[in-house]
Design a protein. Structure first.
Lengths: 233, 233
């Protein structure tokens, strides 16, 4: 049923179950999308696959739906982490939206020496990730983590997980799978000390994203395309 | 001199030459960036490489610069065309900006059956492309063409130039070089008739951009990353 409304919910989804939506989802369904009793909606929660549900009660602040049947089983998505030096708001929003579409499982903002931003509104970013997952037929919403320093990120990164570090200054090979994560620096790049620190860790592999100099948010999107295009859905 | 100001100009650039900038570039240099006599600026025009220039006169509406030396020779950039079904304004802007960063030479908006937009402000899009080229160390600015219908595009496309058509509905191989162009459909995709028409042309190769369903602007950016990352600068 492509084209029908798809919503992410926190509830369990199982046959015959009833789901009750409050605002803002009720408002969206009833007032924005003009849906009413009898109309179909698809629901997913990241665990129970995708379900077809039918609206039984449609009020402005409360919509009830009856779960009819599973339309897709839950899949196992690639476990891929995007780590990026935090950007200003509009560009952070863009990175979160596009990373969610491209299929990352975890989004980790990082604070580096040259990072210009330090504030992150997790609720806002999560809403962006949910909307992207709803629109792009994903069955999971990426997890968005609180910012950490580059040193913390590297200290806690699992040794068996390859972290591709985008480094436009050296002649590294173009990013290619397999990798479990991508690390994108700030505008102006990592400092030499940061690059030296990263390279001390055997799980870090420097890579190029092509011959061009890219803005940070473009580097994140391009790198994810290179690393995730051949991943299963 | 990364970090210094880089401007695209239409003038010829040669040693000892003098370049005179009017608004809005004069305003940008003097009022926004607070540059004055003696300060250095880098200039490029898409033909004569990149030049270091020094400001000799700095007025609000007129800045004069003396060309000192060529800092980079003109390169030959990949000849790659992005053809995309025209999107609404903000998303068209994003596609033009990111395509310019990623190195396309020609940007061709296309009108398809399901295209929702039909208006394009070429001057605005060209300004976006110029700014992206200035910021991303490119020596050329992509050419932006007037929209054409899909049928016109296909009828005039050079037979020897491979056109990768992003088609999320079939099991096509993931987009990979070599290709001379990428064709991205509208939200909702090409119609079956359009896909049939495209496939009549031997230069068209269907490709996938990965297992995910991507918004149109994300598909354009991801496809360019896949096709251009290994291209020379």
């Amino acid at each position: 049923m492509p084209g029908s409304i798809r919503l992410f919910v926190e509830f369990e989804l199982a046959e015959g179950g009833v789901v009750s939506l409050a605002e803002p989802q009720a408002h969206y369904l009833v007032n924005v999308m003009r849906r009413g009793p009898g109309d179909e909606v698809r629901l997913f929660n990241g665990r129970d696959g995708e379900w077809q549900a039918r609206i039984s009660v449609a009020r402005r602040k409360n919509v009830e739906l009856i779960l009819e049947q599973q339309t897709r089983p839950q899949n196992v998505e690639p476990d891929f982490h995007l780590c990026f030096a935090l950007l200003k708001r509009a560009r952070t929003d863009l990175v979160v939206e596009k990373a969610s579409e491209l299929g990352v499982s975890v989004i980790q903002p990082v604070i580096t020496t040259r990072t210009q931003a330090d504030h992150v509104n997790l609720a806002r970013l999560r809403a962006i990730a949910i909307e992207a997952a709803e629109q792009c037929e994903r069955l999971m919403v990426p997890q968005i983590l609180m910012p950490v320093s580059l040193a913390e990120l590297l200290a806690h990164w699992p040794a068996e997980r390859r972290l591709m570090l985008a480094d436009e200054r050296r002649n590294a090979p173009v990013a290619a799978p397999p990798a479990g994560g991508l690390l994108i620096g700030p505008e102006g790049g990592f400092t030499d000390q940061e690059l030296d620190l990263a390279r001390l860790h055997p799980f870090v592999t420097a890579c190029s994203l092509g011959a061009r100099i890219l803005r940070a948010e473009t580097a994140a999107i391009a790198g994810l395309a290179l690393l995730l295009a051949s991943a299963p859905s």
